[in-house]
Write a protein that binds this ligand. Structure first.
Ligand SMILES: [Zn+2]
Ligand SMILES: [Zn+2]
Ligand SMILES: [Zn+2]
Length: 389
């Protein structure tokens, strides 16, 4: 058995978060039963909430390097409706990456299409959390400079300033060399109307191959100073503050993609939301993901997409979605888990349909099958099967 050790605590932050959450639930129960004074309750609950938050952010930090924590966090998050939207979007765009679009405020947003065809913007923070736990991979796309005061990139402008007096009222002139005679001058000395004429040999410069740009020369319209490299800085119009690169906050903006392996893992949780809702409305106690602890020689967890319990009947349900037909592997997987967990009933939900081989295997192993084109219709079929038997 793997034992996690960290300098702060002997247990991993996710288990710590669970323990603290049940501690908080206990405290709330005690307060409701008036076994704890209000002052003490408020103090303790504030402390616990702070520790829960800290444990959660520790878990996300650790997930970048610890696959076991990452997987557990993925399982907890697959049923989040916003994350399901993102996963469905990745299914619809194939291998392409999700790119940001920058509005007039220059804040990156990630537009995705929902199943009903409308476009919604996904916040970068959500995708970043998905990246923390390995649901998506990120690739650097752009770096944006934010103001250190207001933390926003919206009103930040790059400024070129006079090295002597700091004014931004400077002329920036290109220095060009006429290759044929070697004359070097500012571009405006060559300019006659819209043509470039060499001031020395009087020949016209026909194309870009007749000359080369060798740099820029700046002159200040205020103090008349000449210099080659203007001072560069940033200015936030909202805060009216000038800042340089060392004090700017430079934010990495990424594109996001979903790997095949995570997608296969995620398939089992797409559509689980609609099922959870409908089964709960019909008196079932639903857990998603549905973890069943198998007590044997050593106890072991078996995880279904969801479990639904009513009276003493436990129904284990796995769901899988495909863009064409669901193959046999997830059906076999359910069969193995059913042998371990021994639920009253097991149902495999496929969106949109099962392959013929998968259907044969399900029939052979007494796994009931529901097929439907979308999660809502699948939920109705699963409910019907659950009530029938
Ligand atoms: Zn600002
Ligand atoms: Zn100047
Ligand atoms: Zn010339």
């Amino acid at each position: 058995m793997a034992i996690m050790t960290s300098p702060e605590s002997a247990i991993d932050p996710l288990t710590e978060q669970d323990n603290l959450t049940s501690e908080l639930a206990n405290l709330e129960k005690q307060f409701a039963e008036r076994k704890v004074q209000e002052k003490e309750y408020e103090l303790l609950s504030k402390q616990l909430k702070g520790r829960i938050q800290k444990a959660e952010s520790n878990a996300y930090n650790l997930a970048r390097t610890n696959e076991s924590i990452a997987r557990r966090l993925r399982h907890r998050n697959f049923s989040n409706p916003e994350i399901q939207q993102v996963i469905s979007h990745f299914l619809s765009i194939g291998d392409k990456a999700l790119e940001p679009s920058f509005g007039p405020d220059r804040i990156p947003r990630y537009p995705i299409q929902t199943e009903t065809g409308e476009t919604v913007n996904i916040e970068r923070s959500l995708l970043q959390r998905m990246a923390d736990i390995g649901m998506v991979t990120e690739a650097l796309y752009e770096r944006s400079v934010s103001c250190p005061k207001c933390n926003s990139p919206s009103n930040v402008y790059l400024r070129f300033k006079c090295t002597q007096c700091g004014s931004i009222d400077i002329a920036i002139n290109r220095m060009i060399e006429h290759l044929q005679c070697g004359t070097i001058h500012q571009e405006n000395v060559f300019l006659v109307g819209r043509n470039l004429i060499c001031p020395t040999c009087k020949k016209q410069l026909q194309s870009a191959t007749d000359y080369r740009v060798i740099g820029v020369v700046c002159s200040c319209n205020i103090c008349k100073a000449h210099f080659e490299d203007p001072v560069q800085s940033f200015y936030c119009r909202a805060c009216k503050s000038d800042f340089s690169l060392p004090s700017a906050s430079v934010v990495d903006v990424f594109t996001y993609s979903m790997s095949k392996s995570v997608y296969n893992e995620a398939r089992r949780f797409l559509g689980v939301d609609a099922l959870t809702r409908l089964l709960t409305e019909n008196g079932y106690t639903v857990k998603s993901p549905g973890t069943v602890v198998v007590v044997g020689g050593h106890s072991k967890e078996t995880v279904f997409s969801l479990t639904a319990q009513k009276d003493s009947r436990l129904i284990a349900i796995d769901v899988s979605q495909s863009d064409t037909e669901v193959e046999v592997e997830p059906v076999l997987e359910l069969f193995v888990k059913v042998l371990e967990a021994n639920p009253t009933l097991s149902i495999f939900g496929a969106i949109p349909v099962l392959s013929k081989r998968a259907r044969d295997v399900a029939a052979m192993h007494n796994i009931l099958v529901a097929e439907a084109p979308n999660p809502t219709e699948l939920a109705i079929k699963v409910l019907e099967i659950a009530g029938r038997k």
